[in-house]
Write a protein that binds this ligand. Structure first.
Ligand SMILES: Cc1ncc(COP(=O)(O)O)c(C=O)c1O
Length: 374
């Protein structure tokens, strides 16, 4: 009965729905495990996180009475050697809060053309903060001071003023490349001399720190504000942290409330954040090794252009010269490998603690088989 009803309704399905069903049947038929390389946000809370969440002491964080949130915030401030820090729901909100505190409507924000804050945050810098993005073309996400200096508006009463500079480390769209610390700190020092605040979108700053074997506090010391995500490679189910001076963080708390991000008994999430900070940074080295392994395993086919030497952290971006990225992604999805497009010809794969080195070898094997005909 079930099958006859469903076979009948199959006839009424559209082409893409039929294709999806065929893909599912192919994957199931081959009994292949799904290997999900779409993002490092896909990790699920570990047993120790869930236990910490269950046992967390909580209070109303809008009254600043949640002891676990306080503990997490103290932890983050100490790690970054800053006066204070704030727990916020997401990296997107963290960036927006910092933008709102640093700038005035009508000002310009200098950022990279491929930055997350410009491309993937719903245009909130304009629609909510009322500022104009001043986008610069960079060499793989690295903006140097010379090009920033040229983009700073002269101080004329009839001109938009430059209100903020934003850098991103690691740079997601360039395949998780790391900003050399000295270059970033040089931009910070010059920005300070020019009287312009500078914010770091450090969503994956611990990946950068792992790659450089440096300390996050030293790497970020001259930024006026830094946001980093607990919910990516560090493995927490939600949340980002902003670090800065006590005065700045107090303004951020007001902005968080304005945006509807004031939360209550949120210690249950902060507890997962504490575990993420305790355990997460130490294991990123495995994600990096897996990303390198993946690049090394898929290099060599005419259907994939990848440079394993440019894989620094947990993101592998490669070109698919003989097909569109959507066609490539459709083909590997039929073998239960999931990834995301960067654009028409580029694909992104991200490693995280949900995938082991065996999974990576398996994924690379299926990808090689998939592209062999190309
Ligand atoms: C570089 C960068 N910044 C900010 C964000 C936003 O973080 P969230 O997804 O928590 O809003 C992301 C998310 O992928 C990111 O990659």
């Amino acid at each position: 009965m079930y099958w006859s009803v469903n076979c009948k309704s199959l006839k009424s399905l559209g082409g893409s729905e039929k294709l999806r069903i065929a893909e599912i049947i192919a994957g199931v038929a081959m009994n292949e495990k799904t290997i999900d390389l779409r993002s490092d946000t896909l990790t699920k809370p570990t047993a120790s996180m869930r236990q910490a969440m269950a046992l967390a002491e909580v209070g109303d964080d809008c009254f600043m009475e949640d002891p676990t949130v306080q503990q997490l915030q103290e932890r983050a401030a100490t790690l970054f050697r800053r006066e204070a820090s704030l727990f916020v729901p997401s990296g997107t909100m963290a960036n927006l809060i910092c933008l709102l505190v640093h700038t005035q409507p009508g000002q310009e924000v200098i950022c990279d053309k491929l930055s997350h804050v410009y491309n993937f945050e719903m245009g909130s810098m304009s629609s909510i903060a009322g500022v104009l993005p001043r986008i610069l073309e960079s060499e793989e996400g690295i903006l140097d001071w010379q090009q920033i200096a040229e983009a700073i508006r002269p101080r004329r009463y009839y001109r938009s003023h430059t209100g903020l500079i934003v850098l991103e480390n690691t740079h997601m769209m360039s395949g998780g490349l790391v900003y050399p610390t000295e270059a970033a700190l040089h931009v910070c020092r010059m920005a300070r001399d020019a009287g312009i605040p500078i914010h770091l979108d450090g969503a994956r700053i611990f990946n950068a720190a792992t790659y450089l074997a440096q300390d996050v506090a030293a790497m970020t010391k001259d930024f006026d504000s830094v946001q980093f995500c607990l919910s990516k490679g560090l493995g927490a189910p939600a949340g980002s942290m902003i670090v800065g001076t006590a005065g700045f963080i107090s303004q951020c708390r007001e902005m968080r409330k304005l945006l509807g991000g004031g939360m209550r008994q949120i210690g249950i999430l902060a507890a997962a954040g504490i575990v993420a900070l305790d355990v997460g940074p130490g294991r990123l080295v495995m994600d990096h090794a897996n990303a390198k392994l993946l690049a090394n395993e898929i290099v060599g086919s005419q259907a994939i252009e990848v440079n394993p030497g440019r894989v620094q952290t947990n993101i592998v971006v490669f070109r698919v010269p003989v097909q569109t990225s959507q066609d490539f992604l459709g083909a590997i999805r039929r073998r239960n490998i999931l990834a995301l497009p960067i654009d028409e010809k580029h694909v992104r794969m991200v490693t995280h603690f949900g995938v082991s080195s065996e999974d990576i070898e398996d994924a690379a094997h299926r990808i090689r088989q998939t592209v062999m005909g190309n």
